[in-house]
Design a protein around this ligand. Structure first.
Ligand code: AHG
Ligand code: MN
Ligand code: MN
Length: 352
């Protein structure tokens, strides 16, 4: 086989025919118009943040002031790690220079962070979890960053971010995560499939690894913190008892949502973080954890629910709103939901 210049056409090689993230975003949007250029530039900035965080994580124990706690508590009442603050500030600084994002909201900031110089131009909000799975940082296990891009409506300079409290998750323009594992991986969706990229450190580029990832309809894995069994509703306990008593299930739980979801995206299964006695709404936050991951998982053919409502149909009541999460392969999410529906029916029928 030869090409139009009579050159032999070599076999495809991932190593050489690299599709970079920025090229991929523009291909996805089938356009070079202003909106497409904006989204491509925002994704490039997110990728830059990922590279900076990845670089620091890869040397963390060799550098001063990288590991351990700051001694502060964040708005969620959780102890803050030095890496949480570093990563939070990385996102702010890469977007300060972008001109594209007017407002950032993250787990580590009580109120949104405004970049006033971008506000007349920047029509986008970035929602993010700078380090997901912080408890893994000090022991060199996988962590992630989660991101979501939304169109900003109105001139929200009051700090109330009311427009975010009227939109559901289907209005996300893009969402994804960066997984800092043995390699650094970026997985994203613009609402047209889910695509993964690997950071090649020698090129400093995220290179396309897999396009249009579709997850299995069922998988063996169930991923949940069973230490909370005593705090769960009876319906979730029914599900746990079911998987304990049937062949074909296996437990995996890493303490970092991004890693656990990535495994389920690739291999199928279900991740659960239900409500507990201490936190009836669960632990995970809608705007920068569960909604972006639900967007990806639905794009890959999976489902995400709070037990009753699809995560993507939920509207946050406040910026740091939490919600119960059942996410993964559609048959496995349906199985968990069936235990919830059964218990509710029995309660309605007075069977207790
Ligand atoms: P974060 O580090 O952003 O606060 O998120 C931690 C989350 C999530 O990554 C993980 O699935 C879950 O918390 C683990 O919580 P438990 O320790 O309660 O199981
Ligand atoms: Mn998190
Ligand atoms: Mn976090």
């Amino acid at each position: 086989m030869t090409d139009s210049n009579n050159f032999p056409i070599p076999e495809q090689s991932l190593d050489r025919d690299c599709t970079t993230l920025s090229r991929h975003v523009l291909q996805q949007l089938h356009s070079f118009d202003a909106d497409a250029q904006d989204l491509s530039a925002i994704m490039n900035r997110i990728a830059l943040a990922g590279k900076l965080i990845s670089r620091r994580l890869s040397r963390a124990e060799l550098m001063a002031n990288t590991l351990g706690f700051t001694g502060e508590t964040n708005v969620q009442g959780e102890s803050v790690k030095k890496m949480d603050i570093f990563a939070n500030e990385v996102f702010i600084s890469v977007f300060k220079q972008s001109g594209l994002v007017c407002r950032l909201a993250s787990e580590e900031m009580e109120k949104p962070y405004y970049i006033p110089e971008n506000c007349p131009i920047g029509r986008y909000t970035l929602l993010y979890d700078p380090i997901d799975g912080s408890s893994n940082v000090d022991i060199n296990l996988s962590v992630g960053s989660i991101f979501s891009i939304r169109q900003q409506s109105g001139d929200d300079l009051t700090g109330e971010a009311t427009d975010l409290l009227t939109q559901n998750g289907r209005q996300q323009l893009a969402a994804g995560y960066i997984l800092y594992g043995p390699s650094t991986m970026l997985v994203y969706s613009l609402g047209q499939g889910v695509h993964s990229f690997i950071l090649d450190p020698s090129l400093g580029e995220f290179i396309l690894a897999q396009e249009n990832i579709q997850m299995p309809d069922h998988g063996q894995i169930y991923s949940t913190n069973e230490g909370n069994f005593w705090q769960w509703d009876e319906a979730i306990r029914d599900y746990a008892r079911y998987v304990h008593r049937h062949e074909g299930y296996t437990a995996r739980y890493s303490g970092a949502l991004v890693g656990d979801i990535h495994r389920i995206l690739m291999q199928g299964g279900v991740f659960l973080y239900p409500g507990t006695i201490k936190n009836p709404e669960g632990k995970l936050r809608l705007l920068y954890e569960t909604a972006p991951l639900a967007f990806l998982i639905e794009q890959a053919g999976g489902r995400a629910s709070d037990g009753h409502t699809d995560i993507l149909d939920l509207v946050a009541g406040k910026l740091h709103q939490r919600n119960p999460l059942i996410i993964g392969s559609k048959e496995d999410v349906q199985l968990v939901k069936s235990f919830i529906a059964d218990r509710e029916k029995r309660e309605r029928d007075g069977e207790g």
